[in-house]
Design a protein around this ligand. Structure first.
Ligand code: 6A9
Length: 806
């Protein structure tokens, strides 16, 4: 048993043990909640892929290509999301509980696709679902554009899946294709791929007699489980086999046309993989209907048609209630933009299951206590073998479907900030999933690369996770947001938005359920908190000044001369050369945020001793941020290190790092440092750009140098923290209130305009934005934390306040 396995079981016990405390009502609602989350497009790395939140079971996926010439097919066969092959794709509307619609613009195949996905609760096994797949030739397509579409299903683990009612001797299936199956978790089910609508090519080639294209071809087979996620590779191998038979049969002089060549062998039957192929000419449409055996009735295309309309209209109503963009973003197009970004965030949620690579050597070189530690650590990393741990599961949102379709710890805290406004229960479920990944010591790996499919996207040197590496504890911000909501619901009964949120969530409407959740999570949060305190502690023994007597000083482990990947701000300039006596101002700020969050939960749960302990840390952190990190000379917060004379010295590269005490809410509205923080933000020669706050000051020697990743470009998560803090200051009386109000209005406008303009121009959200041109750059279709702009649009418009004052 791996450490991990034991922990997992321990946790399951933990949850189970407390169950008698939960009222029957809470348990009932929890079951329903889980049931409505069972199915989803939880394979976000695919353009369209469906699976349940179960380690092994039934999965499905879609592939398509234009079949007009022989050459383009290989390159144009769509399956996994890839950068730069489409003109925009994603969910225009999506809700995890009911479903939504995705549109895909595919110029290479001259077609626009829509995938509508609808969930039907009911029965004992998580309900049924339906998907409608539509293809509409684009303007430049010939009127008889030929498209091949393949829907496939696979089955992992125990169970059965087979095509029923099909005759193997036939050349294809006329009408609907029906698969029936069962597994332990899903019970009996039926999956129907309907005949649908659309014309089929009549190629006139002699091969047509063997394979008339007006029928659906189905190939069933058994493949090794390790290969099951590689549907496209398997399909290609299979088609190659078909071609090797076809070409000799008809001769190189008279080969069948592409639409005929690229077809599968019709062989319906049993197996763990079933490919269902349709070949169309012009526009088409068909449905995939999954009916759970225990659901009250079987799903039909009529049901789907009906439900698609109702899901769309209730999504819109709800969206307006929760996220209606506020002035000046009142034009309809902003709402569309906001819906699309939010839907992609929530439609990008995935379920991952598999083993992961961890280096558990606990090599002494990883202690980083000597000068030159980074070289020793680098050697140790190449010397030590990583083991496969797990398997474990994770339910999470992701930064980007084409490029990073997996969980990232600190990204997730930002993802969940908009999600918690929409669906608090879902959010708490995701948080729970993350904390279940924690090991006995309290460590959660920064990047969750679970299973072979996830690993296939990551170069080997980046796969290994180290149990002494941290990442900002942003999930604690989300728990704080949850507590804010609980408090607000109690005191503010007039807010319609809050009432709306409450009506949608058990945890917000049932105090017992909320307490139960927090009580169960609390020991895990504590373990995680103390892991950070212990493993990322800074070495401040050498300071003898009185103010340093508490130990609150922190250092990210795992740095190299050029990077601190663990901080999340990869290449941001830091002290040179690295030194074990360094202290990082962003980390102590995160620790401050984390301490306040856990203190608040302790108070909530009436854990008085804990609360008092956390309060002491809180106070000491706030004091040490000033004592250890404030530079009187530079008028800003800085990292610290030990210089050549063995003295504490500050390393100041103005930028996001300098703002961290402010960003994490530790600089009070009345603080004497706040004026200087605002000066730095608002200075055009430093951080203030027309497109948002720059990651590094324009005046810094490293601005836009080397990789230029966090050395200038504008990033949304940090800007979101800044705009939120400005709003806080604007809303309470204090010496900087009116200035903060102006800055808030201006920053909010710039951020929204920036993301909106790039989206309008390119069809995508981007990883970061250029501070000189405002253009989106780096990863395309970055619908993770960039989606925070949805919340920024929904923030209040305070421009009247500024006018009134003038
Ligand atoms: C390396 C390449 C196909 C980098 O959004 C995720 C993270 C952030 O947490 C971090 O703060 N991104 C930011 O600096 C992207 C990291 C991607 C690493 C993947 C392998 C994959 O090649």
């Amino acid at each position: 048993q791996s450490r991990h396995g034991t922990l997992w079981q321990g946790l399951t016990c933990l949850f189970a043990l407390q169950l008698p405390l939960v009222s029957a009502q809470v348990a009932e609602v929890e079951k329903a909640t889980n049931a409505s989350l069972l199915w989803g497009p939880y394979r976000p790395n695919l353009y369209f892929g469906v699976r349940p939140r179960i380690p092994k079971g039934l999965m499905g996926g879609l592939m398509w290509t234009r079949v007009e010439d022989y050459q383009s097919v290989q390159a144009n066969f769509r399956h996994t999301c890839e950068q730069h092959e489409l003109d925009g794709y994603g969910w225009d509307e999506y809700d995890v509980r009911s479903g939504g619609r995705q549109t895909i613009h595919d110029p290479g195949n001259k077609i626009d696709m829509t995938t509508e996905f609808i969930k039907y609760p009911g029965g004992e096994h998580g309900g049924s679902w339906g998907a409608r797949i539509k293809g509409t030739p684009r303007e430049d397509a010939s009127p008889n554009l030929r498209t091949t579409v393949i829907w496939y299903n696979t089955l992992e683990g125990l169970g059965s899946l087979e095509v029923t009612g099909a005759d193997k001797e036939e050349t294809g299936i006329e009408g609907d294709v029906v698969l029936s199956g069962r597994t332990m978790e899903l019970g009996d089910f039926e999956l129907k791929v309907t005949e649908g609508k659309g014309a089929h090519p009549h190629t006139g080639h002699p091969s047509y007699d063997d394979k008339p294209l007006d029928r659906t071809l189905v190939h069933s087979g058994q493949v090794p489980e390790e290969a099951i996620w590689q549907a496209k590779a398997l399909l290609f191998a299979h088609m190659k086999g078909q071609i090797d038979v076809l070409i000799p049969k008809y001769g190189e002089q008279n080969p069948p046309p592409p639409a005929q060549v690229y077809t599968i062998q019709h062989l319906p039957g049993r197996g763990n993989m079933h490919l269902v192929q349709k070949v169309f000419e012009g526009p088409f449409e068909f449905d995939i209907l999954f009916s759970s055996g225990s659901a009250p009735e079987k799903l039909t295309s009529e049901h789907l048609t009906e439900q698609i309309d109702s899901v769309t209209s209730s999504f819109s109503t709800r969206f307006t209630e929760i996220f209606k963009p506020q002035a000046p973003f009142v034009k309809k197009r902003y709402e569309e933009f906001s819906k699309s970004l939010f839907s992609n965030l929530i439609g990008g949620i995935g379920y991952f299951f598999g083993d992961s690579r961890v280096d558990r050597s606990y090599d002494p070189a990883y202690e980083e206590d000597n000068e030159g530690f980074w070289e020793e650590a680098a050697e140790a990393r190449s010397r030590n073998q990583a083991q496969l741990e797990g398997p474990s599961e994770l339910f999470t949102a992701i930064p980007s479907r084409p490029f990073f379709p997996r969980g990232f710890l600190w990204d997730e805290g930002f993802h969940l900030l908009p999600v918690i406004d929409w669906d608090a229960d879902l959010t708490l479920d995701i948080i729970k999933s993350w904390f279940q990944l924690m090991d006995e010591d309290g460590w959660i790996a920064r990047e969750q690369i679970l299973g072979a499919e996830a690993r296939s996207k990551v170069p080997e040197e980046f796969q290994v996770q180290y149990p002494h590496y941290a990442n900002p504890p942003t999930l604690f911000m989300v728990i704080t947001a949850f507590l804010d909501k609980l408090d607000a619901i109690k005191t503010d009964t007039s807010s319609e938005k809050l009432q709306q949120e409450k009506s949608y969530s058990t945890q917000l409407s049932n105090r017992e359920a909320a307490l139960q959740y927090l009580r169960t999570l609390y020991p895990l949060l504590k373990r995680n908190y103390f892991w950070y305190r212990k493993t990322q502690a800074g070495d401040i023994k050498s300071y003898d000044r009185e103010a340093f007597s508490t130990k609150e000083g922190y250092r990210w482990r795992g740095r190299t001369p050029q990077h601190i990947l663990t901080s999340g701000l990869d290449d941001y300039p830091r002290a040179q050369p690295p030194h074990p006596g360094e202290l990082h101002v962003d980390l102590i700020s995160w620790m401050g945020m984390m301490t306040r969050a856990i203190k608040r939960i302790a108070v909530y749960l009436d854990e008085q001793d804990d609360a008092a302990e956390f309060a002491r840390y809180d106070e000491a952190i706030v004091r040490n941020i000033d004592d250890l990190h404030w530079s009187d000379k530079e008028k800003t917060y800085c990292d610290a290190t030990i210089d050549d004379y063995e003295e504490h010295s500050l390393i100041c590269h103005k930028g996001y790092i300098s703002l961290f005490p402010f960003l994490t809410g530790l600089v009070d509205k009345d603080s004497k440092r706040l004026g200087a923080v605002l000066d730095l933000i608002e200075d055009e020669d430093e951080l203030w750009s027309p497109y948002g706050i720059r990651s590094l000051s324009k005046s810094d020697e490293f601005y836009h140098t080397a990789e230029d990743y966090w050395r200038g470009p504008v990033w949304m998560p940090i800007n979101y923290l800044a705009v939120s803090q400005l709003l806080n200051i604007a809303q309470a009386s204090g010496p900087h209130q009116s200035r903060a109000t102006k800055m808030y209005n201006e920053l909010r406008k710039r951020l929204v305009d920036t993301v909106y303009e790039s989206w309008k121009e390119t069809g995508f959200a981007w990883e970061q934005y250029n501070p000189e041109t405002g253009k989106g750059q780096r990863t395309q279709h970055f619908t993770g934390w960039t989606s925070l702009v949805v919340k920024i649009m929904a923030m209040p418009d305070l421009s009247d306040w500024v006018r009134d004052e003038l």
